[in-house]
Design a protein around this ligand. Structure first.
Ligand code: PA5
Length: 421
């Protein structure tokens, strides 16, 4: 069984979708042609270098034996996919939002995605009290947030273990030849992996960028790649990503400027963050794009539910539905007649169906994506499905899905101010 997408509640007819079929065909051909820049992710699940995959798995075992905690340093595309996977598949904790250690695998924590000294101080304390390794990920090797975190944490590591032993606890994933991080790798002899040249940050989760830290956390990365491959080689070559892309574009044309991703399992919190970055950075340029947002239900029904039902109707909803959550609990008698004896998943499902029916009555367009189970295989499918949808919709909008000139601009402006300090 694969991911299933239901677009029957979007108000977009089959005829309207068919209008885009020529453009979509062109988009798919472009993506698979191997002639388009930055499309290395398209064939990655089928063409991943097996030798490199083995090196990733062996390095992951070495890290697991070496430390109780690995700190992954990176931001944006060099971090969100990994965090999404670890949060969804390994465990989540409400304070740090990071992987919980099990008896077999180290905890994975994240740094370099904010400039919070308060948070870095906590990680320094971890280095003082635990066996820690660092995995620094930056394609450019020059991004400010990870540079700061790496400098601070590396210094603490050197102070604790000495320069040589610390170097054996540092793993770098960066460009093959360019950037200061690559220079440092060459100079200090860190174990390293390459961010492929033809894959941009937000499309890189199935490259060493995501695979190494996920493997350290105990995620079955071969199965995840198999899930992505199953999607990529599905008998219908557009595996419904094309329909979803057409619907998104048609809804944008009809005045829906915002797509809200809604999920009923908090395990999807960082997957929603990953989707937001993927769509936001790929589509949001030249005054175009759908603004991606996310809501966690049922919590956010008690804050944003009113707005959705009766507020300014500038949005449509995309529901991420996990059909079979991995755990369930039967509600005890004391919860009262309506709830007692039912399972929490049954009640959660009733909430989803109730919300969808109320929103349908209000005329809100809704896409529903059914995910059979939240495991490595379907996670691979989800990644590949959204990456393809995103690239197709960007082409329909007439923007380049693979650059981010606006991000570069703010980085330049920030650096100007830093040199003036
Ligand atoms: O998707 C992207 O390209 C960006 O989000 C980058 O991943 C992010 O800015 C981090 O860049 P780098 O990996 O060069 O540190």
């Amino acid at each position: 069984m694969d991911l299933k997408i239901d677009i029957t509640k979007t108000g977009i007819s089959k005829e309207e979708i068919a209008k885009y079929s020529g453009d979509i065909e062109n988009a798919m051909e472009k993506l698979w042609s191997e002639k388009e820049e930055m499309t290395g992710w398209v064939k990655l699940p089928m063409q991943i270098d097996q030798e490199e995959l083995e090196k990733i798995l062996n390095t992951a075992i070495a890290i697991q034996e070496q430390c109780e905690e690995m700190i992954v340093i990176g931001i944006g595309g060099s971090y969100l996919g990994t965090r999404a996977a670890i949060h969804a598949l390994v465990g989540f904790d409400e304070v740090y939002g990071t992987g919980i250690p099990s008896s077999l695998y180290p905890a994975v924590k994240f740094a370099g995605n904010t400039m919070s000294a308060v948070y870095l101080k906590k990680l320094l304390e971890d280095i003082r009290t635990k066996e820690v390794s660092l995995c620094v990920i930056s394609k450019s090797g020059t991004t400010i947030e990870p540079s700061i975190a790496f400098a601070v944490l590396k210094e603490a590591l050197i102070n604790k273990y000495g320069k040589e032993k610390a170097a054996n606890r540092i793993y770098a994933i960066t460009d093959a030849a360019k950037g200061v991080l690559r220079e440092e790798v060459e100079c200090e002899g860190y174990e390293s992996f390459v961010v492929p040249d033809d894959i941009g940050g937000r499309y890189s989760v199935l490259s060493p960028v995501g695979l190494l830290p996920m493997a350290v956390a105990g995620i079955d990365i071969k199965t995840m790649l198999a899930g992505a491959e199953a999607m990529a080689t599905s008998p219908s070559w557009d595996f419904d990503a094309a329909d979803y892309a057409a619907v998104r574009y048609a809804l944008l044309q009809s005045g829906k400027d915002i797509e809200i991703f809604e999920y009923y399992e908090p395990q999807l919190e960082f997957f929603a963050e990953w989707i937001k970055q993927l769509f936001g950075e790929s589509e949001g340029k030249d005054g175009k794009g759908l603004y991606p947002d996310s809501l966690r239900f049922s919590s956010d029904l008690h804050s944003m539910g009113q707005f959705l039902q009766e507020g300014h109707q500038i949005f449509f909803e995309t529901v991420l539905n996990i059909e079979k959550p991995s755990k369930d609990i039967i509600i005890p008698e004391s919860a009262g007649e309506l709830l007692a004896g039912k399972s929490i998943n049954q009640v959660n499902k009733a909430a989803m169906e109730g919300v969808m029916s109320a929103h349908e009555e209000a005329g809100i367009p809704m896409v529903k994506i059914d995910i059979p189970e939240l495991d490595a295989f379907y996670f691979g499918q989800m990644i590949y499905f959204f990456e393809t949808t995103c690239a197709i919709t960007s082409y329909l909008m007439g923007v380049n899905p693979f650059n981010q000139p606006g991000v570069e601009q703010y980085k330049r402006e920030m650096k100007k101010r830093l040199t003036e300090l």
